[in-house]
Structure formats: C-alpha cells, structure tokens
Write a protein that binds this ligand. Sequence first.
Ligand code: HEM
Length: 402
Amino acid sequence: MISIDHLLERVRQEGPVLDFQGDVVGIFDPVLAVKVDKANTDRLTVPDSLIDFLGLRKSRDPLAWSVVRTVLIEQSGRLSQPEHLRGLYSRMQAFLAQRAGSVRNLSELSWWTISQSLLPMLIDGLDEADTDALIGEQKARYNGIVLQNFSPWQRIVDFGRSRRAARAVSRQIRQRLRDGDRREDFLQSLLPLAERIGTDRVAYLVSVVLAGMSGLPGITAASLAYAMYRFPEWRERIRAETAALSLDALCALPMRELPCTARFIKETIRVWPGLFALRRPAFHDIEVDGIRVKKDGAYEISSYYQHHCPHYWDAPDVFDPDRWLASRRQSNKGAFVPFGFSSRACIGSSVGHAQLVLFCALLTRDFDIQVQEQPKPWMQLEGFAIPVDFTGIVTPRGAAAA
Ligand code: HEM
C-alpha cells in the first residue's frame, strides 16, 4: 500500500483519478467513488452456489444484491430498537465482567466483546454447540483479519472451523423453516428468500452477515478504547454523559443527551476508519464521467484518504472531536465514509453505531481500564487501524448502574 503522503501528492499533481498497475484505477474523489461503485453494484446479484454450477437448481431467477441489502438494512433498523440494545448491552457487560481483573490484550478484548455479543442478532436461540461453531468462525476471521496468521496449519484449522459454522447455519435454517419458529434476528429476515434462491444461498447470505459482524465492528471498538486512553479528558466527558442516564434511557440512544460521546465516536472513526482502502473487482465494463474500468480489472476507493485529505478537513491528522460541533462543521462533500460507500455501505450500520455508543458507555460508566505504559501502546496503520501493545486490566466500577 502506498503511503498517504505519497497518495496526496499524486492526487495534487495528477487529479483524483489515478492509474495503478494491473488495470486498477484509483478514484479519490468522494462523488466519483460513489458513482463508480454504484455502477459496478447495480447489476450485482446473489452469486451462484455449487448447486447452480452442477445444474441442479430448477429455476434460475437472479436476485439483485440491492434487494438483499434492503432486507438486511430494514432488519438492522428493527434490531437497533431499545429492547434489543438492552440485550446487547447485557451481553457485552457480562463478557467484560468475566474477563475483568487480569492483564489482557485490550484490542483483542474489545474485538471479542463486540463480535461475540452480536451473534444472537444473527441467529437467536442457538444451543451451546452451534454457538461454539459460530464463535469458531469468528476465531477464523480474527486470525485472518487481525492477526493475519496465514500459516498452513492455521489455514487448515480455520477451514475446519468455517465448515463447522456452515453446517450449524444450514441446520438452523432447515429447523426454522420446518418448525415455523419466528425470531427477531437477521436470519429471520432472510428466510422469505429461501423459496426463490434456495436454502444454500440463504446460508451464504447468513455467512456474509456473520463476516460483516466479525471484523470491522471489533476493530472499531479497539480504536475507541485506544482513543479513550490517548485522550482521557474525552473519556471523562463520556463518563459524565453516560453515567447521568439509566440503562433503559441509554438504550433509547438519546443522542441529544450524548453530544460529546457522539462527537468522540465520529472523530475516532474519521481518524481511524476500520478499512483504509477497498480494491474492488469490476464485474463488467464500467464507464462513468470519463472513468473507465475494464471488466476483470479493479478500482480502488479509500475512506482513509478521504478522511485525511486537507481538501475536506482542517488539520485532518489532528484528533479533534469538536470539529463536529455545529458551529465549526465543514462541508466535507461526502468525504466522511466510515461505513463505506453508499451502494455497498454497511447494512448493519444502525446496529453498529448503536453498539459503539453502548461500548463507550460500558467502558466509562461500568468499568475502569488501567492501561500498561510499558511497552507504550501505539496505533498500527496497515490496511486498517489496530492498537498494538495495548494491554491493561479492566475492573468493574463500584457503582455499576442497574
Ligand atoms: C462499527 C461497526 C461497523 C463498521 C465500522 C462497519 C463498516 C463497514 C464498511 C466500511 C463496509 C463496506 C465494505 C465494502 O464496501 O466492501 C461494511 C459492509 C458491511 N457490513 Fe459493516 N460495519 C460495522 C458493523 C456491522 C454490523 C454490526 C454488521 C452486521 C450486523 C455489518 C454487516 C456488514 C455487511 C454484511 C457488509 C457488506 C455489505 C455489502 O456487501 O453490500 N457491519 N461495513
């Protein structure tokens, strides 16, 4: 990956559309990035499965990706209602409480607190064995995404984990369809598609949501914990806001009563967006506003670039949550894209954003964190932002709210 300074200089000299090696076009203008990504996604459908390749499916009725996205976005909205957030908060709180009192890798702890607590929103009512299977898939993703451990042995272990998780998901789908049992979770929202696309492809869609909830949410949570360590004055402001609310009030997400928390989250995901650059294959020839990307070529778009470009932000590298005050807000022309670019943006952003607010509350009103200063924690910026050497002890605060 080229450095941000080099990229900024190239864009300054050559403009926002750059030719990279190997038929890759870099698009570093927010409006153009959205247009090209949309043109690529418009014709995207749910991919074929093995059954299609073997010619075993009776009807072949392609289902647009945008339809699936709408279903999932609506479900994400329902799952961010207070009654579901209360459950999410309790799960995160219990997870942290079990791990309190001993020295931990705080990035890893943040990642797992967030990721594991989301599982019942994917499939509610799982038994222990199937929960273990899905946690196994999350372990595989943690190894690949965060630890970047691609040793042959790890790959074999993780392949086994993924197979086990896939079997658990298929079993759950069959069981739900057979028993007519209804739950409020992502799986439920996908079941009506089973008749049209087959249960195998519903299982695939469940795995896409599982992947979505087992990567960036946890990485973002680690950045929030790190930002609280680096900027303790903001931690105290968040504590004051969240401790003033009962848990029920907090789960209604009264953002007007949480202005510092909201600004802190925005600024953390601006400075350290979960994903720096996306290199997306072109599914067909794309021609938009004079930009051409050949089928089987690729284009690159970057939230990190957009979040650090002085064209859109004053002092872009400075962590300054107050830049989001209404009195100071700049017109950033759609450059702020922590949840991705519109046509492929995060389907879980309602749940995701709510969870980040609750995570901030948890780390301030319910727990204290003592971070170890040796070795000094630092933020690794390679493809995504993850705090390193970030160890410490989490302890419950005496006055944890009911
Ligand atoms: C703080 C939390 C989160 C952040 C920062 C985040 C960020 C993102 C980003 C940047 C993308 C775009 C990736 C791309 O363009 O290829 C994305 C996509 C996605 N996210 Fe999230 N996400 C979060 C939470 C979640 C949650 C809670 C779920 C599931 C419940 C989820 C499910 C997905 C899925 C399925 C996609 C793929 C959408 C598609 O391919 O059309 N995300 N997310």
